[in-house]
Design a protein around this ligand. Structure first.
Ligand code: ADP
Ligand code: MG
Length: 363
């Protein structure tokens, strides 16, 4: 066992299955080539020393003093993972951890899960603690839920830790069954374009928690353990809850359908399902903002076969499936529409399905 090492964990985009992971449903993310890299070294003094190239200041705390609230800001994502591991009885001691991230922060590409996942892999591996990737994902989620205070589901951490190159990860968040489904666009002449709208995230934490509460309440009223358990989309509920339910039920159905199409090698046919997902998130789940809707319209108008917001919403990124030959027209259309609306200039780039977290040095 070595005392130090370099570890990387990727950000992700979700192909489809939005706001389903906290309803025991299905998600279908891919990992991105963008990673958070952590250079880690064990220390004998029981002190956790955290710094990041993307943040100022250094956080130092003894691991025995870790409790939720003791560390705030970006360092909480890292300290929280050490806390969660120790809570569950794993012998994690002091560490020096230097973070260098290439996942854009707060863009909906899950830099937070990448940071947690890289931490989880680094400190367990260098401590001789062997946990499988699903366990690491659960620990990382616990850190974000209980230490950072963000009630996220388990999709992002699972994608970061379990994804495979040129594959999408189908995850059943109830059974935690996983399937790696081929997702290789280039040989098919297709591109998945990401549009980072750079829209400032508005109300994210509060609205996210409110959606979770709506789902929980609806499940309670309908007498099911989770919205995953419903087959029908329409239910007799107060309007808002009925809309939330319809999104979750139809979104789960769309994930299953997209997975079937991908397994059958019919990638081209997933486009309309992506667009349906966006409409559902816009009208029933009410988590889009004008930048996301304008980007989707512009992409579809310029020849994309499908487009949707990806991630939690309220800003962040849009993804669109298109023929390679349509990329230029789609990019131009988005830039023009954003300028027209007076929005910040978005960033457009093609996504490829990359590998999950790994050790990146050769010791
Ligand atoms: P997302 O996960 O979509 O990027 P979040 O708001 O969930 O957005 O997480 C972003 C937060 O994660 C940042 O505000 C910061 O606290 C933390 N973070 C991510 N990457 C880094 C990094 N390289 N250095 C320091 N903090 C980071
Ligand atoms: Mg996040």
């Amino acid at each position: 066992m070595t005392r130090d090492g370099v570890f990387e964990a990727p950000g992700r985009i979700n192909l489809i299955g939005e706001h389903t992971d906290y309803n025991d449903g299905f998600v279908l993310p891919i990992a991105l080539p963008h990673v958070v890299r952590i250079t880690a070294a064990r220390r004998d003094d029981g002190v956790l020393r955290l710094s990041s190239r993307q943040a100022s200041g250094v956080t130092e705390i003894r691991v025995v003093d870790l409790v939720p609230g003791a560390v705030t800001g970006w360092a909480a994502y890292v300290a929280g993972v050490v806390w969660a591991l120790r809570e569950e009885g794993h012998p994690i001691g002091g560490f020096g951890l230097l973070v260098d991230g290439r996942v854009p922060l707060g863009a909906g590409l899950s830099s937070s899960a990448a940071l947690e996942s890289a931490t989880a892999l680094a400190v367990t591996e260098l401590s001789g603690v062997s946990l499988d990737r699903l366990e690491l994902a659960r620990i990382a989620q616990r850190a974000e839920n209980e230490f950072v205070g963000m009630p996220c589901g388990i999709m992002d951490q699972s994608a970061s830790l379990l994804a495979r190159e040129r594959h999408a990860l189908l995850l059943d968040t109830r059974s935690m069954a996983t399937e790696h489904i081929p997702f290789d666009l280039a040989p098919a002449g297709l591109t998945l374009l990401v549009v980072d709208t750079r829209a400032p995230h508005r109300l994210v934490d509060g609205e996210y928690a409110a959606r979770r509460r709506d789902c929980h309440r609806a499940a309670e009223l309908l007498g099911v353990p989770a919205l995953r358990d419903l087959d029908r989309a329409d239910h007799d509920l107060p309007d808002r809850l009925a809309h939330r339910v319809r999104h979750v039920v139809t979104e789960n159905q769309r994930v299953v359908r997209v997975a079937e199409l991908l397994r059958a090698g019919r990638i081209r046919e997933i486009g309309p399902l992506l667009t349906e997902s966006h409409v559902s998130l816009r009208d029933d789940y009410e988590v889009t903002v004008p930048e996301l809707d304008v980007a989707v319209e512009a992409l579809l108008g310029a020849g994309a076969s499908g487009a949707r917001m990806t991630g939690g919403g309220f800003g962040g990124c849009v993804i669109a499936l298109m023929e390679e030959t349509a990329v230029e027209a789609c990019t131009k259309a988005v830039l023009a529409e954003f300028a027209e609306h007076g929005f910040a200039q978005p960033e457009c780039w093609p996504a490829t399905a990359a590998a999950g977290a790994r050790r990146a040095d050769h010791t």
